[in-house]
Design a protein around this ligand. Structure first.
Ligand SMILES: [Fe+2]
Ligand SMILES: [Fe+2]
Length: 222
């Protein structure tokens, strides 16, 4: 049995096609980006976080994999896409790869959008923080499928002109900083949309032994 590597996962034609189909489907729906742009950013952010948190080399690799694959089942539908992604992942990789690697990756993928969330693995915590922090205007897809101004998700993402996620290992803070263009959306809009995301981030940071801090336009909110 082989250990999972990010290179093997990225070069797998099924993974590639699932993400491609997801891009097509969500463009058709006019939904924010969950394709190669998003999973590329989340994958890199997962690896950076894992490294900063002092996870092992192999766990850094697995963190990159969970980031890359977490949204690949959106082409089957938004609802339960986290479960579908884990099922697809296991179908592809079970035959040849380490059982522990596959099971940890599947569990982390499912955790990124689970209602009754209980985090039991650092991979899940890292993915949640990396995924929920990708709030940026480049995620907004203008497909003409719906009125941009009517959709608060688009409005808030479009208003976000910058974000950064940093780890302070001494003070034990994980800090998400977001720059919001208040001409496009007020910070209160952000809360309306992202309150669930923030509680996910808080749980994830706590599991890692950190406090989650959210800063919007240099104003510390937690
Ligand atoms: Fe997702
Ligand atoms: Fe995502």
């Amino acid at each position: 049995m082989k250990k999972l590597t990010l290179a093997d996962v990225k070069s797998n034609p099924y993974v590639d096609n699932f993400i491609r189909q997801t891009e097509k489907y969500l463009i058709a729906l006019g939904y924010t980006d969950h394709g190669f742009r998003h999973v590329g950013i989340v994958s890199q952010r997962c690896m950076d976080l894992a490294k900063q948190l002092g996870l092992s080399q192999h766990d850094q690799e697995l963190a990159g994999i969970v980031g890359y694959c977490h949204d690949m089942a959106n082409f089957l539908g938004r609802t339960q896409h986290h479960y579908w992604a884990a099922m697809l992942f296991s179908q592809i990789f079970i035959p040849e790869y380490e059982p522990e690697d596959v099971s940890r990756v599947c569990q982390a993928i499912v955790s990124h959008d689970k209602d009754d969330l209980r985090i039991v693995d650092k991979l899940s915590a890292v993915l949640i923080l990396a995924d929920k922090s990708d709030v940026h205007r480049s995620r907004v897809i203008d497909s003409g499928a719906k009125d941009f101004d009517q959709d608060i998700h688009d409005r808030v993402n479009y208003a976000a002109t910058g974000n950064s996620l940093t780890v302070d290992r001494k003070k034990k803070y994980v800090t998400l900083k977001i720059q919001i263009d208040t001409k496009q959306a007020e910070p209160i809009d952000y809360f309306e949309i992202f309150i669930d995301r923030m509680s996910f981030c808080r749980l994830a940071a706590e599991f890692l032994g950190y406090k989650f801090v959210l800063v919007i336009n240099n104003f510390r909110l937690s």
